[in-house]
Design a protein around this ligand. Structure first.
Ligand code: DAH
Length: 341
């Protein structure tokens, strides 16, 4: 019996020495020290032994159990210490580890350009004003010196609403709206949506954005030179300090004389490239001295005031600034495009 107990002990000690998890220790405790263990089982045989043997084997059995329990506890402690050491290692904070990058929302490229434009003009003392998108015929056309049946109305393909109103075809209507309430001197810009009955392609959309500018003061106080320098500052602010501008004679009913504005291509600096179609200049918008008929339409006396107005497409400015070749990308809601800004 002693041998049997010894064998159990040796086997137990060997298995305990190999155990490396608390779970294994727990299983060994059941196997070698629990009430249903092999050892307990063997010791149950004591009852059939002589008194002297009972004493001897009983004591031996107890010592063996104590030895096994002792080993189990020792090993358990050892494993726990080991795990604690590892936890230390695992949960150590590495303060040099680069932080996780969170995806952050940002402004739409058109909004970014819009804010840029506003900042540039505000820094030159302009007031930013807003007005309605659905206009009456008077403010969109008549007040802008485009009376009914005037061929100039054909310059802008118009959506007409059933009640005779129009989704404004340009932001120039804000000139009339503002001057009905405010007498010159004034310096305003207005940015917003405009609508044209147009098929969309890479450079046209039926819905896009414009910026309108107006400087007006007593006759003799505003000149083309003033306006040219303001637009030049604007283009430098948007496209870079080395940007040059030029004016070409053109016709718009609400200005006389009228011009079109070009900026030197910000990509090739005027050398000629794909963006500027090799000509070194990019057409940006229209401008001119306010036609006296516009002042008359809002109730001012002829020649009392003089002014300068200009209008640009915001998508076009954004396309040039960021080298975008299709206007439809702005409103397509494609994140692969939008995330680049
Ligand atoms: N309203 C014009 C358009 O939509 C742009 C424009 C041209 C505005 C000349 C102006 C200007 O103020 O003077 O095409």
């Amino acid at each position: 019996m002693k041998n049997q107990i010894n064998d159990i002990k040796n086997q137990a000690l060997e298995e305990i020495s190999k155990a490396d998890t608390l779970k294994k220790i727990e299983n060994l405790r059941v196997k070698y020290s629990g009430r249903k263990s092999e050892l307990t089982n063997v010791l149950r045989g004591i009852k059939d032994l002589s008194v002297a043997e009972k004493k001897e084997i009983g004591e031996f059995g107890n010592l063996t159990k104590q030895a096994i329990d002792g080993e189990l506890s020792k090993k358990e402690l050892q494993i726990k210490n080991e795990e604690l050491k590892n936890i230390d290692e695992k949960e150590k904070i590495d303060i040099t580890y680069p932080g996780e990058k969170f995806a952050k929302g940002h402004l739409h490229p058109l909004t970014q350009v819009r804010y840029d434009i506003e900042e540039i003009f505000k820094s030159m003392g302009f007031l930013v004003v807003e007005d309605r998108e659905v206009e009456d015929e008077f403010h969109n056309f008549d007040a802008m010196n485009m009376p009914k049946d005037h061929p100039a109305r054909d310059m802008q393909d118009t959506f007409w609403l059933k009640n005779g109103y129009v989704p404004r075809t340009h932001t120039s209507s804000v000139q009339a709206r503002f001057m009905e309430k405010n007498k010159p001197p004034l310096k305003i810009i207005s940015l917003g949506r405009v609508y044209r009955n147009e098929n969309s392609d890479a450079t046209h959309e039926s819905n896009f954005h414009q910026i309108e500018g107006l400087i007006a003061a007593k006759s003799g106080e505003v000149t083309v030179a003033n306006a040219k320098s303001i637009i030049s500052e604007f283009m430098k602010g948007l496209f870079g300090k080395e940007t040059k501008i030029r004016l070409r004679p053109s016709y718009f009913p609400f200005v006389e004389p009228g011009f079109e504005f070009d900026a030197s291509c910000p990509y090739c600096k005027g050398e000629g490239c794909r963006i500027c179609k090799q000509c070194g200049w990019i057409e940006l918008g229209g401008a001119g001295m306010v036609n006296q008929n516009v002042f008359k339409a809002v109730g001012f006396t002829e020649d009392e005031f003089e002014g300068f107005a200009f209008g640009f497409g915001i998508e076009r400015l954004a396309m040039i600034k960021y080298g975008i070749d299709d206007i439809r990308l702005f409103h397509a809601g494609d994140l692969r495009f939008l995330e680049q800004f």
